[in-house]
Each structure stands twice: as structure tokens, then as C-alpha cells.
Design a protein around this ligand. Structure first.
Ligand SMILES: Cc1cc2nc3c(=O)[nH]c(=O)nc-3n(C[C@H](O)[C@H](O)[C@H](O)COP(=O)(O)O)c2cc1C
Length: 206
């Protein structure tokens, strides 16, 4: 069995272009992977905890080699359960619109919740970060209204969307990354043609 975790970072449901392109990838992957188990995570509706004082303190306690007590311990247990759901997947599929040059804040909140010492990464004072997730694959679908790799930057935006996602996944140990871009979705003379081509590219990538 192959477990795929599908993370939908756009809150626009049926109107979302990144979700539609990611859906095309998933449909093609399902067709050729009969044992695929899909777990869908919508960070907008998942009831993610705030990464507040107790939780930040719990993280730093673990990072420093200590043990959490009291409220911090129960907050940490909750964080561990959410991170383990992520770590238990074999493959990841992300639908990610560009928001203000980066990723939507609910996806960043999810990453802040799950990116934990001893779960997704270790740290060596000599060597730096060590990714703890091995043999995983991630496919990322990016959309943006105006930004395009073909347009001048910074005039049409700066891509902190893919650079952040790659850096974070690499730090967690995930180096096998496929990126599918439908960019731009607005500043194009042929949005529907580009959309169809992006879905076909996604299906081919699967
Ligand atoms: C809050 C917000 C911020 C956005 N920021 C950018 C941006 O910085 N650069 C850009 O090119 N498009 C930006 N857009 C446009 C979206 O990236 C674009 O419409 C994309 O296709 C949305 O993906 P979706 O259909 O999956 O939601 C922004 C849209 C929203 C709602």
C-alpha cells in the first residue's frame, strides 16, 4: 500500500486552480497505482492548533533535550499526533497558490505545527539540520496570478513560494520533488488553454 497525503493550501474549493491541477495529477496516479490510499488534509478546516507560547516552549524544550511537563506536555502530545500523520505518508501532493510572494498562511501554520525535532528533523551542531523523513516523494502544484518564471522579477513578484517549499522539504529529508506550475493564471491571454495544458502536464507527471 502507498499512502499519499494531499494538502490543499487554497481555501477556494471548487474555484481553486491549484486544487484542480493537483486533482488531475491524483486521478492519473490513482489509475496506475491500485493500492494508493489517499488522506486529504485541508489546513483551512482541519482545526490546526495555534503555535502559541506553550507549543513554542514545548518545541524548544525538546530541541534542548528536555522533557515537557504539565500543559506543555499535553500540547506537545497533540503536536506529535499531527506530525505523525504527516510522517506516516509515503508521498505528498500539495496544491499551493502564491499569496503575497509566498505560501498561504494556513499552510505555513501547518508546517510550523509539524516541523518538529525528533519527528521531521534532527540537528547536529557540527553538520546542521538532518532530515528524518526517508524515501518519500513530494509533488507540488503552484499557481500565481501574475508571477511567472518568464516575467521579470521583482517587477512581477518574487518566488518565495517554491523556494520556501523546497528548502523546508529538503530540511525534513525529502529531496525527491516534482514541481508543476500553472503560472500565471490571470496575466495570460489564454487562461483556459494554459489551465488545460497544466492539467495535462500534471497527469503526465503522475
Ligand atoms: C491573498 C492573495 C494573495 C495573492 N498574492 C499573489 C502574489 O503575490 N503574486 C501573484 O502572482 N498572485 C497572487 N495571488 C493570485 C493567486 O496566486 C492566483 O489567483 C492563483 O491562481 C490562486 O490559486 P487557487 O486558484 O488555487 O486559489 C494572490 C491571491 C490571493 C487571494
Amino acid at each position: 500500500m502507498t499512502k499519499l497525503l494531499y494538502i490543499k493550501a487554497s481555501p477556494r474549493d471548487a474555484a481553486s486552480r491549484s486544487v484542480a491541477v493537483a486533482d488531475a495529477y491524483l486521478a492519473a496516479l490513482r489509475a496506475k497505482t491500485p493500492d494508493l490510499e489517499v488522506d486529504v488534509l485541508d489546513p483551512w478546516t482541519a482545526g490546526l492548533p495555534e503555535f502559541d507560547g506553550d507549543r513554542a516552549n514545548a518545541k524548544l524544550t525538546v530541541f534542548g533535550g528536555g522533557t515537557n511537563e504539565g500543559a506543555q506536555a499535553s500540547r506537545w502530545d497533540e503536536i506529535v499526533a499531527i506530525a505523525q500523520r504527516f510522517a506516516s505518508a509515503d508521498r505528498y501532493l500539495f496544491a499551493i497558490p502564491m499569496w503575497n510572494g509566498g505560501i498561504p498562511y494556513k499552510l505555513k501554520q501547518y508546517i510550523d505545527v509539524i516541523h518538529q525535532p525528533g519527528l521531521l528533523f534532527g540537528f547536529d551542531p557540527e553538520k546542521g539540520y538532518l532530515g528524518l523523513l526517508a524515501n518519500k516523494q513530494a509533488t507540488l502544484v503552484y499557481t500565481s496570478g501574475a508571477f511567472s518564471l518568464d516575467f521579470p522579477s521583482p517587477a512581477f513578484g518574487v518566488d518565495h513560494q517554491s523556494s520556501y517549499m523546497r528548502a523546508w522539504l529538503n530540511q525534513a529529508g525529502i529531496a525527491d520533488i516534482t514541481e508543476i506550475r500553472y503560472q500565471p493564471t490571470i496575466l495570460t491571454a489564454d487562461p483556459e488553454g494554459d489551465f488545460e495544458r497544466a492539467k495535462a502536464a500534471a497527469a503526465a507527471a503522475a
